[in-house]
Design a protein around this ligand. Structure first.
Ligand code: NAD
Ligand code: UDP
Length: 319
């Protein structure tokens, strides 16, 4: 296939490029570097099957030649209000990437009769009142809160994708991604894993927001990419959760990081640092992924952290 990947210079987009190139596909990456990093693609620049275009997906996308698949991953993704690359500080760009960007990418897919895959998110469930979150749960999202720019843009993107599927018969897929980590994450984007792992490797205390009893489950990037590729090759049009169901408190997560890195500096609680409507509990119900894609994660937290640490050490100049 000849595949367009938006957000290619980001954490997940760059891993997707690698995986699809390794399967023999041709990949065209597109990114405006608003939160991504060209270094994530540097190793591909001499690959004959890879090309790159610097472009904002919120503007019309013109694609020369055939396109067989469009994977729309371009969007700011960090909820940390203190990070310049968090969507709190890029609210309009975030809404445009989810709304106009999705519209433009669907347009490319329709023009080229290509399949389309949308990177959606567990955030469409908001601060969930149902646990764990199955795809049938419609969510609990505040339309005007500060997180809404991301959540509602992704909800709109899902609706628009289904409209193109139903009205134009476009061959679409929607993946709802739950917290994922691994090499090539931006160390400064303020998400839990980059913050905490960086602090641990620098011998600093880990900043746990609130009382740390809010829960998440963390999926290693290779597992996530495997699930996404299976979905791309499937004929499933309704949303599919992909994430690791191993739920834990953020406090336990931080303790595990300290234990694996041998960090003795402990934990400090930043009582008021949680963002508005920071979800209290989150855990994917992956029954559909298991049944439809025969997929489930294979890499546990300790193994995933060990695979991620060398990248962080290199970035921190500790390697
Ligand atoms: P990231 O910030 O590393 O990557 C996003 C990429 O999109 C960046 O390279 C950025 O420069 C690019 N981008 C943003 N707006 C753009 C625009 N208007 N035009 C062109 N490029 C643009 O984040 P990520 O973690 O790799 O997330 C990728 C996708 O996966 C996002 O759509 C995000 O919502 C989704 N997602 C990620 C996670 C996760 O845990 N990593 C969880 C749920 C959903
Ligand atoms: N968090 C934390 N310390 C940090 C960064 C994040 O305790 O240094 C918490 C945050 O409040 C949230 C959880 O970790 O409850 C996960 O946050 P993340 O930014 O990774 O994204 P989210 O899962 O909220 O989308």
């Amino acid at each position: 296939m000849r595949i367009l990947i938006t957000g290619a210079a980001g954490f997940l987009g760059s891993h997707l490029c690698d995986r699809l190139l390794s399967e023999g596909h041709e990949v065209i990456g597109l990114d405006n570097f608003i939160t991504g990093n060209p270094e994530n693609l540097a190793h591909l620049m001499n690959n004959q099957k890879f090309s790159f275009s610097r472009h904002d997906v919120s503007n019309y996308i013109f694609m020369r030649g055939k396109v067989d698949a469009v994977l729309h991953f371009a969007s700011p993704a960090s909820p940390n209000p203190n990070s310049p690359s968090g969507y709190f500080n890029l609210p309009i760009q975030t809404m445009k990437a989810g709304a106009l960007g999705t519209h433009n990418c669907l347009g490319v897919a329709r023009e080229h009769k290509a399949r389309f895959l949308l990177a959606s998110t567990s955030e469409i469930y908001g601060d969930p009142e149902v646990h764990p979150q199955a795809e049938s749960y419609p969510g609990n999202v505040d339309t005007v809160g500060t997180r809404s720019v991301y959540d509602e843009a992704k909800r709109f993107a899902e609706s628009l994708t289904m409209a193109y599927h139903r009205f134009h018969n476009l061959n679409t897929r929607i993946v709802r991604i739950f917290n994922t980590y691994g090499p090539r994450m931006d160390l400064e984007d303020g998400r839990a894993l980059p913050n905490l792992l960086k602090q641990a490797l620098l011998g600093q205390p880990l900043t746990v927001y609130g009382d740390g009893l809010q829960t998440r489950s963390f999926c290693y990037v290779d597992d996530l990419i495997e699930g996404i590729v299976r979905l791309l090759y499937s004929e499933e049009h309704l949303p599919v959760n992909i994430g690791n169901p191993d739920e834990m408190t953020i406090l336990h997560f931080a303790e595990t990081i300290n234990q694996i890195t041998g960090n003795k500096a402990g934990i400090i609680f930043a009582a008021n640092a949680r963002s508005e409507r920071d979800p209290q509990r989150r855990q994917p119900d992956i029954t559909r992924a298991r049944e439809i894609l025969r997929w489930e994660p294979r890499i546990g937290l300790e193994e995933g952290l060990r695979k991620t640490i060398p990248y962080f050490k290199e970035k921190l100049g500790l390697a």
